[in-house]
Write a protein that binds this ligand. Structure first.
Ligand code: ADP
Length: 334
């Protein structure tokens, strides 16, 4: 692959007309009949307090609003698929506690299969303690709880009992579970969302079909922050050289960038007024995996995943803010 082959004009994707879209496969109930997406990942409860400013060490402050949201990257991405009307099953571990019940209730409400959401009788469900100040800045402390107790043999048992065509994993669970998920994917498509940012062993990278880092994660993996075509290409080259089949950077408001042996291409996002960007990457990853599993062309999957990511930022929270297929298609048709 030459660098020349990768240089493509920005934003050249053709968007089908509304009439063409109505007849496309995978944007109707046809989607429901295909084997769906298996997700192996985390499930948490986010405990969010709003406060004027952050407390100093040892200080006690009066906060204002307190809310709980179901979260965790695995659960959020599964919820994104469920909200789009797709088939998603999550392999995860929660506790036998009220937060574990809340995780399962939220997934069920989003239409996600929870038969592989295991429960540990002793350890607590994972939580994220989040403080948000009046400028919208946050500080987060995560107690992974049961997420750390998921084992490779549990992943193996779940994956061998399920029917799926795409496997989607992230890095909020023990690495051996991700390695096992990759092994279980076999000939099926394996998507790794390398979040949160951490170094990924080369033997895993070389077996990834789609790697979907955001800008920060891409910088951790390559030493290059992808901000424009040139830096996207340079960072992608490093990952392609390590054996990744397709690199798909998510670039916030700038959209996303796909690079593979055939070249590289920027896919612009749509314009929105974000109120809460939590879970944008999860909406993108879930939508992309679901549409790919539905047999849609990759360009179309990326275009709609951009829209799903963008729309998710227009509502607070993560799981409940994931857009429906009708909302995504309506925006695509404008
Ligand atoms: P993460 O949440 O993992 O940091 P990104 O911020 O890159 O991920 O967001 C994922 C995708 O969501 C982007 O690739 C883009 O398509 C969409 N997106 C996120 N923020 C915006 C925004 N402000 N405007 C338009 N699209 C956005």
């Amino acid at each position: 692959m030459t660098t020349d082959a990768l240089v493509a004009p920005l934003g050249t994707i053709a968007i089908p007309a509304r009439s063409e879209m109505r007849s496309m496969t995978g944007v109707s109930l046809g989607t429901m009949h295909r084997a769906g997406v298996m997700l192996v990942g985390s499930a948490n409860i986010d405990l969010v307090v709003r406060t004027r400013r952050f407390p100093l060490p040892g200080e006690t402050l009066q906060g204002s609003e307190f809310r709980t949201f179901a979260g965790g990257k695995g659960a959020n991405q599964a919820a994104a698929i469920g909200r789009l009307g797709g088939r998603a099953q999550l392999v995860a571990k929660v506790g036998v506690d009220a937060f574990g019940d809340q995780v399962i209730a939220s997934l069920t409400a989003c239409g996600v299969g929870t038969s592989f959401v295991l429960r540990d009788p002793i350890e607590a469900t994972g939580v994220a303690l989040i403080t948000v100040d009046e400028h919208g800045q946050n500080t987060i402390v995560v107690a992974p709880g049961t997420n750390s107790l998921l084992t490779a043999s549990e992943v193996r048992a779940a994956c061998s009992a399920a029917e799926f065509s795409v496997l989607l994993a992230q890095l909020e669970i023990p690495l051996e579970c991700v390695l096992e998920a990759n092994h279980q994917a076999g000939e099926r498509t394996f998507i790794l969302n390398p979040a949160p940012a951490r170094v990924v062993p080369p033997e895993l990278l070389s077996r990834v079909d789609y790697l979907t880092p955001n800008e920060t994660e891409a910088e951790i993996l390559t030493g290059i922050l992808p901000t424009d075509t040139q830096s996207c290409l340079a960072a992608a080259m490093i990952l392609l050289d390590k054996g990744v089949q397709n690199v798909l950077f998510t670039l916030g408001a700038q959209g996303s960038f796909l690079a593979n042996a055939e070249g590289g291409r920027h896919f612009p996002s749509i314009e929105v007024d974000p109120v809460d960007t939590t879970g944008a990457g999860d909406a993108f990853n879930g939508a992309f995996a679901h549409l790919l599993a539905s047999g849609e062309p990759v360009d179309w999957c990326i275009h709609l995943a951009n829209i799903a990511g963008a729309l998710s930022t227009t509502k607070p929270g993560a799981q409940a803010s994931m857009p429906t297929l009708a909302e995504v298609l309506d925006r695509a048709a404008r």
